[in-house]
Write a protein that binds this ligand. Structure first.
Ligand code: ZN
Length: 537
C-alpha cells in the first residue's frame, strides 16, 4: 500500500501542472546611454515599431528616476545590473582617484585582466573587480548552471557592467588611439571567442568608413533645426547633415572616432546581438540565458550635439529601428512568451546651458579655489604635492587633510563660502554629514553615492543647467547632476510574465534586476531595489 502511495506521489510530482507557464528562457537588458525619459514623448513622431511596441505592449514606469547624485555610465550600468546603489556596488563614477595607484582610474580598470583584442593590441586591463555586488547575470550563472551570458557595447564599463564577473561573450569597443577594435578581457575569456571573431570577420565595421550619416526621415518631420545653438561637432564635422565617416587626414583613428559617435555603431551592435544570440542559441535551450546590450550612440552623439539637436533626434529615431529589429528577432527565435526584456538608460542629460540661462562650472576653478584657501591657512603644502589631490565633482584631499580641515570650523566655512561664490555652484557637501534619512533630498542623493575612498571628501553640487566639467570641455550635452533632466530615465518591462500598462508608482533602475530575477525564478538577495510586482502577471 505504502509502495503504491509512493508511486502515485512520484507520478504526481513528475507530471507537469496542466496550466504550468512556459519557463523564461532568456532575460534581456537593453540600455540606451544618455537617454532622458522625456525623449519617449519628445521624439514620438519618429517611432515606427521599436519604441512603439515597447510603449504599447510593455509595462511603462512613468516616474522612474535615479535617486542618487552622480549620474553617469558606470554608476548607471552597475545599478541596473546589480539592483544596488553606488554606495553598495561601489562603482560611483566613470573615474575616481585611486589612492593606491595615485592616479585617476576608470571604474573597470584591472591590471590583472589584460584585454584580449579581436583587432589591434591594447595595453589595458578590464574587469568588474571593483564592483562589490553580484549582477543579475552573475546570480543567473550561479543559480542556473549552464546559463549563457552575452553582453555588448561600445564602452567597456557598459558591457562589463551588464555582465559582471563572467560571461561567454562580453564584448566592447576600445576606442583608444591606435586601437579602435572590439575586445574582451582575460576576466571573461582566455582567448578570442570564436563566435565573436567570426562575426567581426564577416561583417567588418570598417566597411562603414566613407559612408554618410543621412537623415532617416523627411527633413520637415524633425522637431529641431540643423546646426543648433551650442553644438560642438567633432572635427571635421559641422553642425549640418550629412556627416561622413571619414577624418580630415583620412587617418583610421579619426574614422573610428566618428563611426563610434554615430548611429552606425548602434546598428552594428544590433546585428552583432542577433548573430551572437544565434551562435550561442540564447533562449533556445533548456536553460535561462542572459543578453545585455548597451547602445552608446545617444551618448556619443549627445555630448557633441546636445539633446535639442537634429543629430540626437535622428540617433534615437534610428534606435527605434534597431530595437524593432531586436524585438522581431527575439519574437521569431525565442518567442515573446519565453523572453523578458527591460529597457532603461544609465542617465539623462542637461540642455545646452546657454539655452536655459545656465553656464558651466570649471573643475579647475573649484579645485584652485580650495587649494588657495588651504594654502592661505596652512602655508604651501610640503614637497611637490597639493592639498587637493583630485577635483571632479568629488573633491579628494591628500591623506589626513580632511580630518585636519574639519577639526577647524573656520577653514570649512572658508571653503564653503569660497566655492559657492563661484557662479553656478549651489553647495558643498561633506562626506561625514551625509545620511540616507536626511530630509534634504540632495543630501540623501549624495549618501546613496558615498563610498569611502572613491567618492569625495567633499562633493560639489552645481545649480540646475550649470554642468561641472573640465575648463576646456568641448561638449554641448553634459550629465552627472542630481536633477530631473539627469535622473529621470525610461524603465520599461516587456515580454514573459509582464502585465502591460502605465505605472505611476515610484521606481528606480535598481528595481530592474530584482524584478527580472523574480520573472526568471532566481534570487537576488543583495538587491536594494524593489520587485516591480504591480507589473507582473
Ligand atoms: Zn556621457
Amino acid at each position: 500500500m505504502l509502495r503504491l502511495l509512493a508511486a502515485i506521489v512520484a507520478v504526481l510530482l513528475l507530471a507537469p501542472a496542466p496550466d504550468a507557464q512556459q519557463p523564461t528562457r532568456l532575460v534581456v537588458i537593453v540600455v540606451l546611454d544618455q537617454f532622458r525619459a522625456d525623449y519617449l514623448t519628445t521624439f514620438a513622431s519618429h517611432w515606427r515599431a521599436g519604441f512603439k511596441t515597447l510603449l504599447a505592449d510593455g509595462a511603462v514606469f512613468t516616474r522612474a528616476q535615479y535617486p542618487y547624485l552622480h549620474t553617469d555610465t558606470c554608476a548607471g550600468h552597475f545599478t541596473i545590473a546589480t539592483g544596488t546603489f553606488p554606495r553598495t556596488h561601489g562603482m560611483v563614477a566613470d573615474n575616481w582617484w585611486d589612492t593606491g595607484a595615485r592616479r585617476l582610474i576608470e571604474c573597470t580598470d584591472d591590471d590583472q585582466s589584460p584585454v584580449v583584442t579581436y583587432g589591434r593590441a591594447s595595453k589595458l586591463g578590464k574587469s568588474a573587480r571593483n564592483s562589490m555586488a553580484p549582477s543579475l547575470a552573475d546570480e543567473l550563472r550561479g543559480q542556473r548552471p549552464g546559463a549563457r551570458v552575452v553582453t555588448l557595447s561600445m564602452k567597456a564599463r557598459s558591457a562589463i557592467g551588464l555582465a559582471g564577473r563572467g560571461g561567454d561573450a562580453v564584448t566592447w569597443f576600445e576606442e583608444g588611439v591606435g586601437v579602435g577594435s572590439f575586445v574582451t578581457s582575460r576576466a571573461f575569456a582566455a582567448d578570442q571567442v570564436p563566435a565573436v571573431r567570426t562575426f567581426l570577420t564577416r561583417d567588418s565595421f570598417e566597411s562603414d568608413f566613407g559612408k554618410f550619416w543621412m537623415l532617416r526621415d523627411a527633413k520637415d518631420t524633425y522637431r529641431y533645426p540643423d546646426a543648433g545653438i551650442g553644438e560642438r561637432p567633432r572635427q571635421p564635422w559641422t553642425g549640418l547633415f550629412p556627416h561622413e565617416i571619414r577624418g580630415t587626414t583620412g587617418s583610421r583613428d579619426d574614422a573610428v572616432g566618428l563611426w563610434r559617435a554615430s548611429p552606425f555603431g548602434d546598428a552594428y551592435l544590433g546585428r552583432m546581438a542577433a548573430d551572437l544570440s544565434d551562435a550561442f542559441q540564447l533562449g533556445r535551450r533548456d536553460a535561462t540565458d542572459f543578453l545585455g546590450v548597451s547602445f552608446s550612440a545617444s551618448d556619443t552623439v549627445g555630448h557633441p550635439f546636445g539633446p535639442a539637436s537634429r543629430e540626437i533626434e535622428d540617433t534615437v529615431a534610428r534606435q527605434d529601428d534597431v530595437l524593432a529589429g531586436l524585438i522581431k528577432y527575439l519574437d521569431d527565435t525565442v518567442g515573446r512568451e519565453r523572453y523578458v526584456l527591460a529597457l532603461s538608460a544609465d542617465h539623462g542629460v542637461a540642455d545646452v546651458p546657454v539655452t536655459r540661462n545656465g553656464g558651466r562650472v570649471a573643475q579647475e576653478d573649484v579645485r584652485e579655489r580650495i587649494e588657495d584657501i588651504l594654502t592661505t591657512r596652512f602655508g604651501p603644502p610640503t614637497g611637490n604635492t597639493r592639498y587637493v589631490i583630485s577635483g571632479t565633482d568629488f573633491i579628494r584631499f591628500a591623506p589626513g587633510m580632511f580630518d585636519r580641515i574639519r577639526s577647524d570650523a573656520s577653514v570649512m566655512t572658508a571653503i564653503e563660502r569660497g566655492v559657492t561664490a563661484i557662479p553656478g555652484v549651489e553647495r558643498v557637501l561633506r562626506k561625514d554629514q551625509l545620511s540616507e534619512r536626511s530630509t534634504d533630498p540632495i543630501v540623501r542623493a549624495a549618501a546613496l553615492t558615498n563610498f569611502e575612498g572613491r567618492s569625495g571628501d567633499l562633493i560639489i553640487v552645481t545649480k540646475p543647467n550649470w554642468p561641472l566639467g573640465g575648463r576646456v570641455a568641448a561638449e554641448a550635452g553634459s550629465h552627472g547632476a542630481p536633477y530631473d533632466y539627469d535622473q529621470r530615465v525610461p524603465v520599461i518591462l516587456f515580454g514573459a510574465g509582464i502585465k502591460p500598462g502605465r505605472y505611476d508608482r515610484a521606481a528606480t533602475p535598481a528595481d530592474i534586476a530584482p524584478t527580472l530575477a523574480r520573472v526568471a525564478g532566481i534570487q537576488m538577495p543583495k538587491a536594494e531595489g524593489r520587485v516591480l510586482s504591480e507589473a507582473l502577471r
